[in-house]
Design a protein around this ligand. Structure first.
Ligand code: GLU
Length: 282
């Protein structure tokens, strides 16, 4: 039996219309909030280039059609710059943040040159080029205003952690986080206030989320999130990583699968009840 009465959130990016996979994510969050909890909506619009207001409006329309409601106004990540800056400062004060001036292709070339070309759960592992920059060069480039991301010094961060980092996963049981495999993850991007990892952790805490429900494609990310919670002194929610909805070829539904958008299904005459039934068990 799933546990109920939680503060949960549905956290879509407004980069397309919602499809059946999103409907499952929203309904899982909604169901787990029944019995005295609260369902929240969070708009993850940090990717300015791809986020559109019309998609944001579509998200609200689709969720209301499904019969969900949530407190207004919803949290929007594009308005959370101060909270992210504060978290970055906390990490920097612990000596855990460094600027990275590398472009994607520089990283790929550097990795290709190394014998093992190490990979982590998110693809190529950052080889630490900018961690090794002499302080003078680093300062000079910052003063020049060179574009840079901010990265977590993973080795230094792990040294600060005493004991195992655990989380309770509703479907997989107690998990022990092993974030080392991710290497020096990005905390803030050249063109965004915060990376997905940082923003999600800060926002879940700030919204008082007690159960994070999301697709199992994000299971691995929880290793990093658990570490960031520890470094930032944030409460640790429980997690439920639910199944993903796939098409006939077994591929995960994506925003480009417009035929499966809730808007399209509605036009074809589907009722919210039919959507629910198609997604059982929720
Ligand atoms: N914004 C993410 C997505 O649309 C979800 C993030 C999360 O639930 O942690 O896939």
């Amino acid at each position: 039996m799933p546990s109920l009465g939680h503060h949960t959130r549905f956290a879509p990016s407004p980069t397309g219309r919602l499809h059946l996979g999103h409907a499952l994510a929203a309904l899982v969050a909604w169901e787990r909030s029944r019995g005295g909890g609260q369902f929240l909506l969070r708009i993850e619009d940090l990717d300015e280039g791809r986020s559109r207001v019309e998609y944001e409006l579509g998200i609200a329309e689709d969720l209301r059609w499904l019969g969900l409601d949530w407190p207004q106004p919803s949290m929007r990540q594009s308005q959370r710059g101060l909270a992210y800056a504060d978290a970055l400062r906390q990490l920097a004060d612990q000596g855990l943040v460094y600027p990275c001036f590398c472009t994607r292709s520089e990283i790929a070339n550097e990795v290709a040159r190394s014998a093992q070309a190490p990979h982590g759960p998110e693809g190529l592992l950052y080889p630490g080029t900018c961690l090794a920059l002499p302080e003078k060069e680093r300062r000079g480039r910052l003063e020049r205003g060179d574009a840079h991301a901010l990265r977590l010094d993973m080795k230094a961060a792990l040294k600060l952690v005493a004991g195992a980092l655990c989380w309770k996963d509703e479907l997989r049981g107690i998990q022990v986080a092993s974030p080392a495999a991710f290497g020096d993850v990005v905390l803030a991007r050249k063109d965004a206030l915060a990376s997905y990892h940082l923003a999600v952790v800060v926002d879940d805490a700030s919204q008082g989320v007690t159960l994070v429900t999301r697709g199992e494609d994000l299971f691995e990310a929880t290793h990093v999130h658990r570490l960031l919670q520890e470094l930032l002194g944030l409460p640790v929610p429980d997690y439920e990583h639910h199944r993903l909805i796939c098409d006939e070829q077994g591929r995960r539904l994506a925003k480009r699968d417009e035929s499966r958008s809730l808007e399209q299904l509605r036009r074809e005459g589907w009722s919210p009840q039919q959507v629910r039934e198609a997604l059982m068990p929720i």
